[in-house]
Design a binder for this molecule. Structure first.
Ligand code: C2E
Ligand code: CA
Ligand code: CA
Ligand code: CA
Length: 275
């Protein structure tokens, strides 16, 4: 096994061994992290661009490790997905976000919270029952929860569609994240059980000086309108981008221009100032 030459497999490949070791350590750390409450949910405001009114917020997980500091989800979510840990972590995030939103409702802030769901979660057998269970447990009505899914789940079209249908029947909203970057195309969007299209940040980055991006956004907005879906843009950092979006019919947005993702205390301050 050891000497299969340069391109062959070897159990002693030092780079492979290092990777899997790092992964094992990471998984152990993650399991501890849930118990020790090292994960935190941040909330990024979603806005009506012209009125600057808050319409909802997206829950984004943060990992504050005692020695390594803040680890970004871009780093640990893929590992959690591969190992299956995402099922446990994802349900913790969902419960946390729903619990927090219920508190805000009790304070009179009737907002919808959006929670990211990974493909692995969508295909979890008892997902729908679990989510309904969490909503009942915390006392939040389904209409105040939105799930953000990515186009990657439509590789298994029939299965994914069936799950989304059940979620919508329960009253939960569905949004397609990163729209325009993946598997999606205009040809099948009409048959998808979704409420909202979230235009990927890559089309927003240059929208204020790129006609192609403007045309794409306009086309997405037109199709969404005719299918009676909502549209939101993500990654808005500049006034010029917000303006270009409005000119092309996109009324809702999210991005650093309005606010970064905020810890609960900071989000409450944002609520007090803005609503
Ligand atoms: P995403 O769902 O597309 O989230 C948007 C990302 O863009 C977030 O990064 C957010 O902080 C960042 N962002 C927001 N506004 C701006 C802006 O104006 N400019 C720029 N440059 N970035 C902006 P974050 O929080 O690091 O999350 C990265 C990705 O990790 C997310 O992408 C999502 O795929 C995943 N993720 C985060 N939290 C969760 C979670 O709770 N569950 C799951 N399954 N995935 C998550
Ligand atoms: Ca998202
Ligand atoms: Ca996104
Ligand atoms: Ca993304």
């Amino acid at each position: 096994v050891k000497s299969q030459g340069r391109n062959g497999y070897s159990f002693f490949d030092p780079t492979m061994e290092a990777k899997s070791l790092e992964r094992i350590l990471m998984e152990n750390e993650m399991r501890k992290a849930i118990d020790q409450q090292q994960f935190h949910v941040y909330y990024q405001p979603k806005m009506d661009i012209s009125s600057q009114k808050l319409t909802g917020m997206e829950a984004l997980v943060r990992w504050v490790h005692p020695e390594l500091g803040v680890i970004s989800p871009g780093k640990f979510i893929p590992i959690a997905e591969e190992s299956g840990m995402i099922l446990e972590l994802g349900e913790w995030i969902l419960r946390e976000a729903c619990k927090q939103n219920k508190k805000w409702h009790d304070q009179g802030h009737m907002l919808k919270v959006s929670v990211n769901l990974s493909a692995r979660q969508i295909f979890q057998k008892d997902l729908v029952e679990r989510i309904i269970g969490v909503l009942e447990e915390v006392g939040l009505s389904a209409q105040w929860l939105e799930l953000e899914i990515t186009e990657s789940i439509f590789v298994k079209m029939e299965e994914a569609t069936a799950v989304l249908k059940q979620l919508r029947e329960a009253g939960i909203h569905i949004s397609i994240d990163d729209f325009g970057t993946g598997y999606s195309s205009f040809s099948y969007i009409k048959s998808l059980p979704v409420d909202t299209i979230k235009i990927d940040a890559s089309f927003i980055r240059d929208i204020h000086h790129n006609q192609e991006s403007q045309a794409i956004v306009k086309a997405i907005v037109t199709i969404a309108d005719s299918l009676q879906m909502n549209v939101i843009a993500e990654g808005i950092e500049l006034d010029d981008q917000a303006e270009a979006l409005q000119q092309n019919g996109c009324a809702h947005g999210q991005g650093y221009l309005f606010s970064r993702p905020l810890a609960t205390d900071d989000f409450e301050q944002f609520l007090a100032e803005r609503n």
